[in-house]
Write a protein that binds this ligand. Structure first.
Ligand code: GDP
Length: 332
């Protein structure tokens, strides 16, 4: 028997009271593709909006194996010991391609999963980056409404997911491996540029010296990428060990300093406002595409137009424009 769908009102009350099962259920509704689920999810989000916004939203990325889940365990301990509640969300567009999710693995972060002040949610399997990112933004708001004051959005350092995560968080942390500073670990310059904090992990044992050297190299490389004249924050490069715990508190202190600095300069709220605006534009684009795909008249015309384009009888730009104009003239 399918579970009855709770009303948005009931869920909102339970969620605002900090009931974890209500939060988990709400996220499931947000992630669902079913129209009736989406309707409840949207009603719920609208109700909860006044309760959102009070957390520090942190993005974390790094290649598989850099130590993200080990770091989150240690970081979660530090943060929850300071009476904060931490929610961890994942953006993982890899699942569709590889057949298995890199971040969704249930055995990751076992200790944190048992911590009553923490909430962990793996990303939904499959789907496009755009779809996963859209839902993660909504899940983040739900976590805030449920009283979580630090939200960590994790992603693997592959593809475009870093940019998507940076666009939904206040602070983007890039985690790096010691060594290999000279090739900058195949990092696209763009990812280093959007980082607000670089953390060289595994600074322990035989790797410690190597980690420090790598940090110094990244520091030098960052100085070359000079920020604009109105920059108020120069992204620091720090070392840490997720295993020994060295540098984890310092990383948290830097994050707090970042928030303070940005707030004082008026940049914190500005950044969020810009993010909300670009989210609106993303939703507009996605919503229009969905409406177009659902339109029966467009579906009827599409095969012939596709054939035309494939036979090079008309350029795709012209064909697309024709379809869109016909769709808009349809009075939608
Ligand atoms: P993820 O794929 O980025 O989530 O990486 P994991 O957290 O799963 O870590 C990958 C491997 O690196 C595991 O074997 C960890 O035990 C190890 N590891 C993670 N952090 C550290 C660290 O600070 N020092 C050392 N020496 N090993 C680490």
């Amino acid at each position: 028997m399918p579970r009855p769908i709770p009303t948005a009102e009931e869920l909102a009350d339970r969620l605002a009271a900090g009931e974890r099962r209500a939060l988990a259920r709400a996220i499931t509704l947000v992630e669902s593709a079913r129209a009736d689920h989406r309707a409840v999810a949207e009603d719920l989000l609208a109700r909860l909006m006044p309760k959102t916004g009070a957390s520090l939203r942190i993005g974390l990325s790094g290649v598989p194996g850099v130590g993200k889940s080990t770091f989150i365990e240690a970081f979660g301990r530090t943060v929850t010991e300071r009476d904060r509640k931490l929610a961890v969300l994942a953006v993982d567009p890899s699942s569709k391609r590889s057949g298995g999710s890199i971040l969704g693995d249930k055995t990751r972060m076992e200790e944190l999963a048992r911590n009553p002040a923490a909430f962990i949610r793996p990303s939904p399997a499959g789907g496009t980056l755009g779809g996963v990112a859209r839902r993660t933004r909504e899940s983040l708001l739900l976590c805030e409404a449920a009283g979580f004051d630090v939200i960590l959005v994790e992603t693997v350092g592959v593809g475009q997911s870093e940019t998507a995560v940076a666009e939904m968080t206040d602070l983007f942390v890039l985690m790096l491996l010691p060594g290999g500073g000279d090739e900058l670990q195949g990092l696209k310059k763009g990812v280093v540029e959007i980082a607000d904090l670089l953390l060289v992990n595994k600074a322990d044992g035989a790797l410690e010296r190597e980690a420090r050297r790598a940090a110094a190299e990244y520091h030098g490389a960052l100085n070359l990428l000079s920020g604009g004249p109105d920059r108020v924050w120069a992204p620091p490069v720090q070392t840490c060990s997720a295993v020994t715990g060295a540098g984890i508190e310092e990383a948290w202190e830097t994050m707090r300093r970042f928030e303070e600095t940005m707030r004082e300069a008026g940049r914190f709220e500005d950044r969020r406002a810009e993010q909300a605006k670009s989210w609106l534009h993303d939703e507009l684009a996605a919503g229009l595409i969905e409406a177009l795909k659902r339109d029966p008249a467009t579906a009827d015309r599409l095969p012939a137009v596709e054939a035309e384009v494939m036979a090079r009888k008309s350029p795709p730009t012209v064909a697309a424009k024709r379809l869109i104009e016909a769709f808009l003239a349809g009075g939608r």
